[in-house]
Design a protein around this ligand. Sequence first.
Ligand code: NZQ
Ligand code: ZN
Length: 341
Amino acid sequence: MNNFEFYNPVRVLFGEGQIAKIVDLLPDNGKILLVYGGGSIKMNGVYDQVLEVLSTKSFVEFGGIKPNPEYEFLLPAIDLVKSENIEFILAVGGGSVVDACKFISAAANYDGDDPWSILSNADPVKSTIPLGVILTLPATGTEMNGNSVITRASTKEKFAFSSPEVFPQFSVLDPTIPYSLPRSQVVNGVIDAYIHVIEQYLNYHESADVQDHYAESLLRILKTEGGRAITFEKPDYNNRANIMWAATNALNHFLSAGVTVDWTTHMLGHELTALHGLDHAVTLAIVLPGVMKVMKEVRKEKLLQYANRIWDLSGSDHSGIIDQAILNTEQFFIKLGVGVR
Ligand code: NZQ
Ligand code: ZN
């Protein structure tokens, strides 16, 4: 196992009805910026719950963030933070809204010429506006990490930045909020989380037993509960709670501590989204099986462990076992309803 430093300060409020609790975590006097997406929160009752919490607070709204949030759309929000002297940002949405808020938070206090440099040039983030999250879509893990992914529509670029300065102060994870998701977004979330685990796990044997078994638990849970999620007529609380917590754990950086990681599938996937507008998880389902095939020899030892511990495959035909594990992975995505070509 390699040396590592691990830090994660995010306060997680997990379970039904937790939104009400954030009243004590928001500033009493400072102005809050409430940020959300295209309107799903107005249809499923979350917006009303948030307004109830904010009834004693001073706040302004910025809505309309689209999936794969665009830099150009966020510039007026950065101006709003400055002109309204915003002291806290409350993100209510999926990965796109949360990532948008992380960028707004960093860009508002940026002292260079163009805040795009935070993304394109990895300019260091020195000062930010504090951020809180109410997560509506379990998938990205952004609710418990310091990452943000932003698209620049005019140049068709999609870049990420990472900084401990943009860890949310708190994240509400209420498994009932994603009940209103369409099936396609439920499975997108399962696939995104599954591949987050894969890219931190399926690399080399490094005697990191805690990380390996933790990753394998998450993969098995996502495989089983992800498959079950689409069989229920009405959402099942524990099924959704396990998917939600697994997705958070898939990218809160516990798994990458002390091991080699390889984000090839994500990097290629971001290009496909930037060029063709595909959903993030859909791009990953297309790219991952190909990456596994290309890396078959280099990652042989770990692929065999994956085949054995996740797909119960064993025997002396190592090449055949690996091929079967890759095929099973593809079939898992296809059964969830996502194409792999
Ligand atoms: O905009 P609204 O109306 O809210 O609708 C959204 C959107 O259309 C809808 N939705 C969200 N919660 C809902 C809901 N609809 C009904 N009920 C609910 N409870 O779902 C649609 C997709 O939302 P989006 O936020 O785009 O999805 P996701 O959470 O998958 O986020 C994708 C973005 O996150 C980035 C991706 O690249 C992409 O830009 N990622 C961020 C990461 C990170 N920060 O660590 C890591 C990931 O690998 C990923 O790259
Ligand atoms: Zn992802």
